[in-house]
Design a protein around this ligand. Structure first.
Ligand SMILES: C[S@@+](CC[C@H](N)C(=O)[O-])C[C@H]1O[C@@H](n2cnc3c(N)ncnc32)[C@H](O)[C@@H]1O
Ligand code: SF4
Ligand code: SF4
Length: 352
């Protein structure tokens, strides 16, 4: 019996390739975990179908280690997914693809699809975090996509762009975006310091995300003081990695990659995903077989003990004395959404 009653949101990592080197991305900050892979087209065609996922509301093409637009068969994949009747959400840096490539993308997508461009500043600052980004490429993408899909400008606030937030919002409006999203990142946690001992990317306190503070509290709390509210059991954010693993979430994939790379430093319960990795492999098993596997109940059993995998308490744990209704609320707290079109959907409705 599957612990995932219905898969409602599916998160696809089409590839672990990227052309950028954002310094706090998983692929750049933990390069030893990176294995270059493209989700094979035959796995996509056989596994990601309406029959396998009848309840999925949308497919989120973001990923942990790469950017979907660099999959060599990107257009064939999205054609297949649209034929299956899925609504798509693509999150991308928008660079190093020519305008004709974006025009083909726009022909395949439609108004039910959403494209989020990660643009962390203006033409003079975006490349400071988005290393190797090319501003004219982003404008080409925007020109092809605007009016065709629901288009979102997502800006992560850093010290070098925090003075540009309002200007970026107005630029987004003028360029024809439908929504502007401001993200308060939590990746300012002391691991990255400049020669003067301070974090060169860290914005002022109001723009630092709250997530880190909560996960620190969870780390320090006794297991009885944290309740785990598993998002995967609600069928949210079920993940397919570029290597073809079907996993309960994107964090399970990062843990899997970390434990494949360095099993000797992992705690025993964190090795659960590594030990069972063949069970998740879409090259060997069908979606139905994976979802129905009895071994999921082992994971479920760990959630109520002192031996939950570290990701489960960190990302789905809620401190008992915390006023959050659940872990997803934390993500929403670190987001500010601005609708740029009066006839657009309610901004909050778009957040998974
Ligand atoms: C590996 S990226 C994949 C998607 C795409 N390549 C992109 O960057 O938008 C996964 C997510 O991490 C986000 N991200 C990268 N650096 C970040 C940071 N320092 N703080 C918060 N989110 C970050 C990206 O914006 C994206 O939403
Ligand atoms: S664009 Fe996305 S995948 Fe590429 S390095 Fe930046 S955060 Fe990572
Ligand atoms: S972190 Fe654990 S409990 Fe949460 S979605 Fe992932 S596997 Fe499920």
């Amino acid at each position: 019996m599957s612990i995932f009653c219905r898969v409602r949101d599916l998160h696809l990592e089409l590839t672990s390739r990227c052309t950028l080197r954002c310094p706090r991305c998983q692929r750049t900050s933990n390069p030893e975990q990176l294995a270059i892979a493209d989700l094979p087209l035959d796995i996509v065609r056989a596994s990601i179908t309406r029959q396998s996922f009848p309840d999925v509301r949308f497919l989120n093409m973001c990923g942990n280690y790469g950017d979907a637009i660099y999959h060599p068969g990107f257009h064939e994949i999205i054609e297949h997914l649209k034929h299956q009747g899925f609504d798509l959400r693509l999150e991308t840096n928008g660079c190093h693809r020519p305008q004709r490539w974006w025009r083909r993308t726009a022909e395949i997508l439609d108004s039910r699809d959403r494209v989020t461009l990660s643009i962390d500043g203006l033409d003079d600052t975006n490349h400071i975090y988005r290393v190797n980004a090319r501003w004219p490429d982003i404008l080409d993408a925007v020109a092809a996509l605007r009016g065709r899909v629901f288009l979102i400008w997502k800006l992560i606030v850093f010290r070098h762009n925090q003075h540009q937030i309002d200007e970026a919002k107005e630029r987004a409006r003028a360029l024809g975006f439908d929504e502007f999203r401001i993200v308060r990142s939590s990746r300012f946690d002391g691991r990255w310091r400049g020669p003067d001992g301070t974090d060169p990317l860290k914005p002022s306190a109001e723009w630092v995300g709250e997530r880190k503070a909560i996960t620190e509290r969870i780390r320090g709390a006794a297991p009885t003081e944290v309740r785990i509210e598993p998002r995967c059991a609600r069928g949210e954010n079920i993940f397919i990695s570029a290597e073809g693993y079907l996993l309960p979430c994107c964090y399970a994939h990062i843990l899997l990659r970390a434990t494949i790379t360095a099993p000797e430093t992992a705690k025993r319960s964190d090795l659960w995903f590594e030990r069972n990795r063949h069970m998740f492999d879409l090259a060997r098993r069908s979606v139905a077989e994976i979802l129905a596997d009895n071994r999921w109940s082992e994971l479920e059993g760990l959630w109520s003990t002192d031996h939950a995998p570290s990701i489960c308490s960190r990302y789905c744990g809620v401190p008992a004395d915390c006023d959050l209704s659940g872990p997803a609320e934390l993500r929403k707290r670190d987001l500010r959404l601005v609708a740029l079109r009066e006839d657009g959907p309610e901004p909050g409705a778009l957040v998974p």
